[in-house]
Structures are given as C-alpha cells and as structure tokens.
Design a protein around this ligand. Structure first.
Ligand SMILES: *Cc1c(COP(=O)(O)O)cnc(C)c1O
Length: 354
C-alpha cells in the first residue's frame, strides 16, 4: 500500500510534564486517513497534519452509528526504542467488528503498515516516563450524506494518537465495581463482541448511576436472565476462586479482549488452572461467603490488570483481598508491563518493534 505523507508546518509543543498527561486530551501532530468508496475499495492512504475533518450533517454515522474502533498503545523502552503489544490482534479484531457492522474490511498488513507509518512520523510523541504511553485509536465510520437506513458506500479509516499518562500513579489501587441489575449492555446475537460506539452509548446511564454511588465501574450481567457475569465497562473480568482462575466464556455478547487472551495464555504457561465458562454472580457471592474468593481483577489495554477491591451486588458489598492487590494480579501486571516496556524478555512473541 502506498502512503502519502504530508508533514505539518506548525508542530505543536509537546507536553513538558509527562506526569500530568491524563488520558485522551492531547493529540499528536499527525493522523492517518484512508477513504473507501464502493467500486473503488480502500484508496488514498495518507498521513496528514492532525486536525478537524469536515462531514455532512447527514453523514450516516451521525444517525445510525455505523462505526467501529480499536485501542492499543506504543511503549518506549529504556534504550529509547518504540514497540507495540500484539497489534496484529487489534486489526484482526477490527475486521471481526467490521464484518458484524457491514463495514468493508481492511487487510491486516495494510492496517499494520498504516500504524507503523503514522507512529514513525510522530515517534517523538511517545512518552519517556515509565508507565506513560502513546494511546492509539484506529476507527472506521460511514460518511455518506444519506438518511436512509442501509450500510454506507463511503467510509473513512483513521488513526489518531494521544500521549497518555501512567494509569496508576500511586501503585495499583483497587477499583470498586457496581453490579448492574437494571440495564444490560449487550445480548447474544447483538454487537457485544464488537468494539463499536453503540455498546458504549448503551453503557453510559449505568456508568452514571455507579458514579453517583461512588463506584468507579459497572459489571454487566447477561442480557437474558441477568444472572451470569459478562464483563466490566471496558475490561474483561477474572475471578480467582480457590486458586483457580475463572472468566466468562466468549459467546457473542462479551468483547474478546487481547489482555484477557494474554492472561489466559500466561496462566497456562505458569501451570495455573484457568477456565472459561459461565459463572453467575450468585456463585461469586457464595465463593465470597465461603472465604474462597481470593482475587478479582479486570483486564484491558488501558490498565493491563485492574484489581477489584469492592464488588457491590444489590445490598451485598464484598470486600476482596482486604481491598489490596492480590498475588496473581500483581504477577500478571509485572510480567505484561515488563514485556511492554522491554524490561523483561518477551518469550511469548507478543512484542512488535516499530
Ligand atoms: C476494548 C475492550 C475490552 C478490553 O480489550 P483489550 O483488547 O484487552 O484492550 C474489554 N471490554 C470492552 C467492552 C472493550 O471495549
């Protein structure tokens, strides 16, 4: 694929204090963009100065939400080089999302080339501080100016990038999670397994309710019986019960997280029993009452692993592991971040150098 590069004449000042980056506020100097038109396919791949785009108010994505996205990071190692964590998996998953939403797929090697090219142009934006990274957001949306309901004929694939601070500034602080029993996020046969804006729109009300009760995230139950555990807002979830790792199986309504997959692979390598199966919130509560709920943690690109300190289900509040990070959670965190920042060797074949 040929990619045209147009560099900015007015580069921005890079953030001086990398401890104050936060998440998702600051954008780099450039972005990737490529057009799709029915009959032409994907064409006109280019890296251009970061900036606003012009869209018709009738653009289909604004009305019917035909949109998908991905999220990954570029990490800087101690020797100054830059690397990614399993980026192939992100672009394979993007095509799985694309298929569900009738969005034209992009060959994985083209998407990877776009990623490498745009990060290379803005490589000085990859933070140097330990724990900080360059958050990368690829996305595709339908842009036809048309109010009828049908798949689009015009799409844009874009990649934008945002230097982001360490997720944990003061060690891995456990999060508190609220089990949602009123609303549901996704049902089997729906779009739960895709990364699409609509799933997040469906989650906002519950997220708001949880915040009002001083819980930081929502745990979703299945959309039919509201008995079985699915996942957290933007993380998959794992329970360590009596020494065994248990996580909900993928069955269409749960996002297939790359961190989830990596944790399962590490457990296997370490000889720790890890099972994907249906698990009810009642089973978790029973394990807690029996003193067998050793650890609970979320998994996702943003936080890698996120220990859960409190889980509230109706009137029942479970405090897990004394509201401190558990041993396996810490080991997973140290191993995965160690590989990502090049501090420990990657013996899994997960790291891809820029
Ligand atoms: C992105 C995402 C995850 C985590 O996936 P990773 O590939 O591990 O980052 C989990 N759940 C939802 C709903 C997500 O959108």
């Amino acid at each position: 694929m040929e990619i045209r590069i147009e560099k900015t004449q007015t580069p921005k000042e890079k953030p001086q204090d990398e401890t104050k980056l936060g998440f998702g506020h600051i954008f780099t100097d450039h972005m990737f963009i490529m057009d799709y038109d029915t009959g032409m396919g994907w064409h006109d791949a280019r890296v251009v100065p970061y900036g606003d785009i012009s869209l018709s108010p009738a653009a289909m994505v604004l009305h019917y939400g035909q949109e998908i996205f991905e999220g990954l990071k570029a990490y800087r190692t101690a020797d100054g080089s830059i690397q990614f964590f399993r980026p192939i998996e992100n672009f394979k998953r993007m095509n799985i999302s694309a298929e569900r939403l009738v969005i034209p797929e992009i060959p994985v090697e083209d998407a990877l080339q776009a990623l490498h090219t745009v990060v290379e142009v803005d490589k000085d934006w990859v933070p140097h501080t330990d724990g900080a990274s360059l958050y990368i957001r690829p996305f595709i949306f339908a842009a036809d100016p048309f109010l009828g309901v049908r798949p689009g004929d015009k799409y844009y694939f874009m990649i934008i990038m945002s230097p982001s601070g360490a997720y944990y500034s003061t060690g891995l602080e456990p999060v508190s999670i609220y089990v949602e029993t009123k609303y549901v996020r996704a049902v089997r046969g729906g779009m739960g397994f895709t990364k699409t804006g609509g799933n997040y729109a469906a989650s906002l009300h519950s997220q708001d309710d949880a915040h009002k009760l001083n819980y930081s995230q929502v745990l979703w139950l299945d959309g039919i019986e509201q008995k079985y555990i699915e996942e957290v807002g933007s993380m998959n979830i794992m329970f360590v019960i009596d020494g065994e790792v248990v996580t909900p199986q993928l069955q269409g309504s749960v996002l297939s997280g790359i961190t989830r997959k990596s944790v399962l692979e590490l457990c296997k390598k370490w000889g720790i029993k890890a099972t994907e199966r249906r698990i009810s919130i009642q089973e978790v509560a029973d394990a807690y009452d029996a003193g067998k709920l050793d650890e609970v943690f979320g998994t996702g690109t943003a936080a890698v692993v996120s220990p859960v300190g409190h889980l509230r289900w109706g009137d029942k509040v479970m405090e897990i592991g004394g509201n401190k990070i558990g041993k396996l959670t810490q080991r997973l965190y140290d191993t995965m971040t160690g590989m990502q920042y090049g501090k420990i060797p990657d013996d899994m074949g997960w790291i891809e150098k820029l």
